[in-house]
Ligand binder design. Structure first.
Ligand code: CAA
Length: 411
């Protein structure tokens, strides 16, 4: 057994907006969102959820799935680009809510959507070092992607959290870290200046930056793989997943990867290659992005959850290529190997179950939530979820003397 991920859990807020309703309200053809971007629905955060509650909900499920006690955790990292405080880390709130002990290293990481991968790699290095003293790491990605009403980014919003238990011995997910390819560059493609509630984005340029990073990382990963294993990327990797700000990005990204690996092929040949591999190697990973939208730091790991819901135990023995991108920008292309632990994890995915329990909101409710910065007179917790809901366990109750207040349900 080797170091890696020993459990993974997702939390999706219990409200959603249909992209068809959004398109109609904005007088945009529905196909632009459905086909041009690939979206169906997007998650909307209710007044009682925020980055902290989503992180705590996902984390508690990951701890239960791993079957460990909270006092076995010695490192807690939250990666987010939508934290609730400029100084106090989301990780500290989570530590308090979950009752994780004081002999724990607790911090927050930010690098736009790439931060989750940095946190996972830091945690793996920690459990491999002598510092971990037999303890495990809890890593959480949690974000609310919000661009503003009537903006070009509006259809690419979403919210959710993904949590991981990382341990020095697991049979679930191992990375092949000698292969990882990295890229970073100082660019302004998407950013949120201090004091801004929503980001500023140069949308088309952000896609160019993403694809440039992918191009660079693909070449390095291919070289590293050939050097270490003698095999080529397309032969070695069974499924590809990419950071998905919107589902159609998978098409753009995979075509770019194929073109990078086959520089002499014309565009129509690349498109044919894409069509041949799409159903088997890509489609099973898209469900989350189609239904939830962008969850920034957790986006690429929501693809992994989608793939697991779809393929379950058949993933054992498979290699997954994971391309993580964060604006600003930073990127990493890594390969994960799925082991026998998938059998146990398959019993606890709960992704489809959470999607099925969601309540659809109207454009009026969406607009009210947005304009009131998350407050609502019409959406009441008791009308949406039961008081002992098994997924929404922690909830935000308000701010008292500048301090955010939280509570836990009966579950
Ligand atoms: N039927 C079918 N398709 C249609 C259509 C219709 N009626 N009308 C338009 N389309 C297609 C367009 O042809 C286009 O497809 P291609 O890209 O394949 O050409 C697609 O719909 C999008 O339309 P536009 O080109 O007009 O794009 P837009 O101006 O609406 O902007 C966006 C799209 C740039 C993604 C914008 O939503 C945005 O800025 N989003 C936020 C930023 C973002 O997601 N950036 C991604 C890379 S950065 C990153 O990954 C980090 C992160 O998470 C933010």
């Amino acid at each position: 057994m080797k170091a890696g991920i020993s459990s993974i859990s997702i939390y999706i807020p219990p409200l959603y907006l249909s992209h068809d309703d959004l398109a109609d309200a904005r007088a945009i053809p529905r196909d632009k969102f459905r086909i041009g971007l690939g979206h169906v629905n997007m998650a909307i955060v209710p007044p009682w959820d925020d980055t902290v509650t989503m992180a705590a909900n996902a984390a508690e499920m990951a701890i239960e799935t791993a079957g460990i006690d909270k006092d076995e955790i010695g490192l807690l990292i939250v990666s987010t680009e939508t934290g609730v405080d400029q100084s106090k880390p989301v990780a500290s709130f989570v530590q308090g809510l979950l009752g994780i002990g004081h002999r724990t290293r607790v911090y927050e990481i930010k690098h736009a959507c790439y931060g989750g991968t940095v946190a996972i790699m830091n945690a793996i290095n920690w459990v491999k070092s002598q510092h971990h003293r037999g303890k495990k790491a809890l890593v959480i990605t949690s974000d609310i992607a919000k661009y503003g009403l009537n903006t070009l980014g509006e259809p690419t919003q979403g919210a959710g959290a993904v949590a991981f238990i990382i341990s020095d011995e697991t049979e679930f997910i191992h990375f092949l870290p000698d292969l990882n390819a990295f890229y970073s560059k100082d660019v302004y493609d998407f950013w949120r200046p201090n004091g801004y509630l929503t980001p500023i984005v140069d949308g088309k340029y952000s896609i160019d930056c993403y694809l440039e990073a992918l191009d660079f990382c693909t070449k390095d990963l291919q070289d590293n793989l050939i050097r270490e294993t003698g095999k080529e990327l397309l032969d070695f990797v069974d499924y590809f997943m990419y950071h998905l700000p919107f589902p159609r990005m998978a098409y753009k990204a995979h075509c770019r990867l194929l073109a990078t690996l086959n520089p002499t092929l014309a565009e129509d040949a690349i498109n044919r290659m894409y069509e041949e591999s799409f159903t088997e190697k890509m489609k099973p990973a898209l469900m989350g992005s189609e239904e939830v939208g962008n969850i920034y730091t957790g986006s690429v790991y929501m693809c992994l959850m989608s793939l697991m819901e779809e393929k379950s135990e058949s993933l054992i023995g498979k290699n997954i290529g994971i391309f993580s991108y964060g604006s600003g920008c930073g990127a990493e292309f890594l390969i994960a190997h799925i082991g026998r632990g998938m059998k146990q994890q398959a019993k606890h995915l709960n992704f489809n179950k959470q999607l099925k329990r969601r309540k659809k909101i109207t454009m009026e409710e969406y607009t009210e939530l947005y304009s009131e910065q998350g407050a609502s007179k019409t959406i009441k917790r008791e009308d949406v979820i039961s008081t002992d809901d098994e997924f929404s366990r922690y909830f935000f109750t308000g701010v008292n003397e500048h301090k955010r207040q939280y509570a836990k349900n009966r579950n």
